[in-house]
Write a protein that binds this ligand. Structure first.
Ligand code: NAD
Length: 359
């Protein structure tokens, strides 16, 4: 669908077109909470996906984000072989100034009302602290602190999975998966990017990093030897690999002509503003795109392991499989003459259809 146009159509029309089962709008005047929870598809299991707190310009932007992100979670879990459906929540607010325990307790009560159809976790703007607050009012939360019976933040496993996906993309693009000497431009210096940068530095890649909060980029640079770049300039760095690890839609009509890389692989969700058109445009330009939800699935593997009580090292081992899954996606794309994004969508849809056929 034209996922940019939710505001020009009815919500039901958007839900039907994108395949959503349920969208819940909630507010709490006492705490100032304004939240939207989207449950996309529960064929494979309960919907699981993080809660994002962001100062959205308006409600339509928040809705568009939660619809796209929840759909992405369905595909991410399906392509990764997890028994989970896709869901996501957004809280409209500024994570720097609007967080309070009462607000997250209130959010937890709303999640609890969905009786396990939606299970929440960390996303942008969140830490274990908020997950612990949420856990006071609902059991349907993952990513809690170890002191509170959880397995800690998912971002280290996400970062490892992105590293695996990037190596697979290098193998596909350059014939071997070594990243030594590769020039890698990292956008964002948050939880995922900082650990990804550690792996890449260990492999002796040549790193460039940017963040809108430049001090975060300097912190990562000080221990990895990366060169700090202005946020606006990171797309134009002469690089082999561009790694988006900030927000979505960074690959768009304006940014594609500025790209110098031959591979894109990063942790951010919804990297392509228009998945079909921009996927094709990258392919036409000879840029290999490792689909976002394939390479950033380490985090969902980690929270899944917390949910079902797997051993401590399960998610790290599972995230290693992202290397093979990414190669499988590229192979399918080649065989069927489609983009990697279309290939991963097909693999995910087949998983879901197979379960429906057995139901
Ligand atoms: P984070 O909030 O810790 O880091 C994001 C960073 O991006 C912040 O430092 C922010 O200042 C920076 N940023 C925002 N806009 C920017 C811009 N235009 N240029 C440069 N920097 C910018 O979030 P995170 O947990 O590291 O997640 C990063 C991305 O990965 C998000 O898109 C998230 O949805 C996705 N993701 C995260 C996980 C996880 O386990 N944390 C799992 C899957 C996907």
């Amino acid at each position: 669908m034209n996922q940019t146009d939710v505001q020009h159509t009815s919500l039901h029309a958007a839900m039907l077109e994108m395949g959503h089962e349920q969208v819940v709008f909630s507010s709490d005047p006492k705490t100032g909470l304004k939240t939207i929870i989207a449950i996309h598809d529960t064929t494979l299991g309960p919907s699981l996906g993080g809660v994002r707190m962001w100062p959205y310009a308006d409600e339509a932007s928040a809705l568009r984000d939660v619809l796209r992100l929840s759909r992405g979670m369905t595909y991410k879990s399906a392509v990764s072989g997890l028994d989970l459906g896709g869901g996501k929540a957004v809280i409209i607010g500024n994570p720097a100034t609007d967080k309070s325990e009462a607000l997250f307790n209130s959010f937890g009560r709303i999640v609890d009302g969905l009786c396990g159809r939606y299970i929440t976790a960390e996303d942008v703007g969140m830490t274990e602290v908020e997950m612990d607050w949420i856990s006071k009012t609902t059991p349907y939360v993952t990513g809690k602190s170890r002191e509170n019976g959880g397995m800690g933040a998912p971002s280290p496993i996400t970062a490892f999975g992105v590293y695996m996906g990037m190596k697979a993309a290098a193998k596909q693009a350059y014939g071997n998966d070594s990243l030594e000497g590769k020039r890698i431009a990292i956008q964002g210096a948050g939880h995922v990017a900082e650990i990804l940068a550690d792996y890449l530095a260990k492999e002796k890649a040549v790193l460039f990093i940017s963040d809108i909060f430049v001090e975060k980029a300097h912190t990562v640079a000080s221990r990895t030897g990366a060169q700090v770049v202005e946020a606006d300039a990171i797309l134009e760095i002469q690089a082999d690999i561009f790694s988006p690890n900030a927000l979505g839609a960074v690959i768009n009509d304006a940014s594609i002509p500025r790209l110098t890389c031959s591979v894109i692989a990063g942790g951010a969700n919804n990297v392509l503003d228009n998945p079909v058109r921009h996927g094709k445009e990258l392919q036409n330009r000879g840029i290999l795109y490792a689909p976002d939800y394939v390479v950033n699935a380490g985090g969902i593997m980690h929270v899944y392991s917390e949910l079902v009580g797997e051993a401590e090292d399960w998610s790290m081992k599972r995230a290693e499989s992202i290397y093979e899954t990414t190669l499988k996606v590229f192979k399918r794309a080649e065989e069927e003459q489609i983009t990697p994004g279309e290939a991963s969508d097909r693999i995910a849809e087949e998983q879901i259809q197979a379960r429906k056929n057995h139901a």
